[in-house]
Design a protein around this ligand. Structure first.
Ligand SMILES: *[C@@H]1O[C@H](CO)[C@@H](O)[C@H](O)[C@H]1NC(C)=O
Ligand SMILES: *[C@@H]1O[C@H](CO)[C@@H](O)[C@H](O)[C@H]1NC(C)=O
Length: 324
């Protein structure tokens, strides 16, 4: 009897490891999840604090949330009382201003009755409006978190950019954003900041490029805080083909948190379920999704894992070569 040589090729096995991308099995929904947290009006220190922007804000309970948000591009405004004689007369100043107290100027728009840019109210007051994702809140003072998975439509170098940011912003990417399948329960120790728009931060960096693999999902988390008056945030990405996007409809996704939505089989369970190295009779390994352990959806790179099993019955030996 001649030796029986059989080769097996297992492909697209997802590995559990601590990497920047995720490959979920469930169906995503489109857009970022947004959560609002409190911020004390006129507290001009906390939002400059890296620890607060990285995770400190999570000690609070969000007071509102919204899903399906496809852009990270907004501007708020603050009322400018342009008539010193009548404090009822105002317009909304939609830009950053110089000066904080009475007599500040609105550089982007003059009074509606003269060329004067002076505003006779204080910028230290609370102002509620629905400029940010149509949700009415105190736009002068709030903290916000956006989370989602960026799906790379093609392999290559992607550039992410923070444009005008007024207030304080930090962007986290991959495992620094959140663990795979934990979008709703962010818990990352000492995350590395990917783009730094933290107010007055000396290591600020508003643009960075990164190599991504096609079809994988990369966690992204953006934190934002405003302490008083006007605020703005613009986030964009440049695809490998050069196209600049601000509308993330086809690029940012959200996955359900529940375990049943993110099953993933691990390599060790595949080996134990089918191949026995000491057996001369080759059984076809089966990947039984009901018995393999689930593990969030393994973070992970998806890689082609080829396993070559050669069984020679006359020498009663088995060789197992694996490479990945
Ligand atoms: C903003 O400040 C006002 C005035 O102190 C406060 O009532 C409000 O709750 C604050 N908003 C947030 C989101 O923390
Ligand atoms: C303004 O917004 C804050 C935060 O969302 C809220 O607590 C407060 O009740 C609002 N004030 C008014 C007058 O609607």
């Amino acid at each position: 009897m001649v030796g029986l040589i059989t080769s097996l090729l297992l492909s697209n096995v997802t590995f559990a490891c601590n990497s920047n991308s995720c490959s979920p099995n469930s169906e995503p929904t489109k857009g970022f999840n947004v959560k609002w947290f409190s911020y004390e009006l006129n507290d001009c220190e906390t939002y400059k604090d890296e620890e607060y922007m990285c995770s400190g804000y999570l000690e609070k309970t969000p007071y509102h949330s919204k899903c399906g948000v496809n852009t990270v591009n907004f501007k708020t405004g603050f009322p400018c009382n342009y008539n010193q004689e009548n404090d009822e007369e105002n317009f909304i100043c939609e830009c950053g201003c110089s000066g904080e107290n009475t007599g500040w100027t609105c550089p982007c728009a003059p009074s509606t009755v003269s060329d004067d840019h002076t505003c006779y109210n204080s910028q230290k007051e609370v102002f509620n409006a629905s400029y940010v994702y149509e949700y009415e809140t105190s736009v002068t003072n709030f903290t916000m978190e956006l989370t989602g998975y960026f799906k790379a439509p093609e392999a290559g170098s992607f550039t992410f950019n923070l444009g005008e940011t007024d207030g304080s912003t930090a962007v986290f990417f991959g495992k620094n954003a959140f663990q795979c399948c934990s979008q709703d329960e962010v818990s990352v120790e000492n995350p590395e900041i990917f783009l730094n728009g933290i107010k007055d931060h000396e290591n600020s960096c508003n643009e960075k490029s990164i190599e991504l693999d096609e079809g994988l999902y990369y966690p992204i988390r953006i934190t934002f805080a405003n302490a008083y008056a006007y605020s703005s945030l613009v986030f964009s990405a440049t695809l490998p083909c050069g196209k600049v996007i601000q509308d993330f409809t086809e690029y940012i996704f959200t996955f359900e948190q529940e375990d049943e939505h993110c099953p993933a089989s691990t390599t060790s369970s595949i080996f134990t379920s089918g191949i026995s190295a000491s057996s001369s009779i080759l059984t076809t390994p089966t990947i039984d999704s009901t018995t393999t352990t689930t593990n969030g959806w393994t973070g992970s790179y998806v890689s082609t894992y080829s396993t070559k099993v050669s069984v020679s019955t006359d020498r009663k030996s088995t060789r197992l070569n694996s490479s990945h």
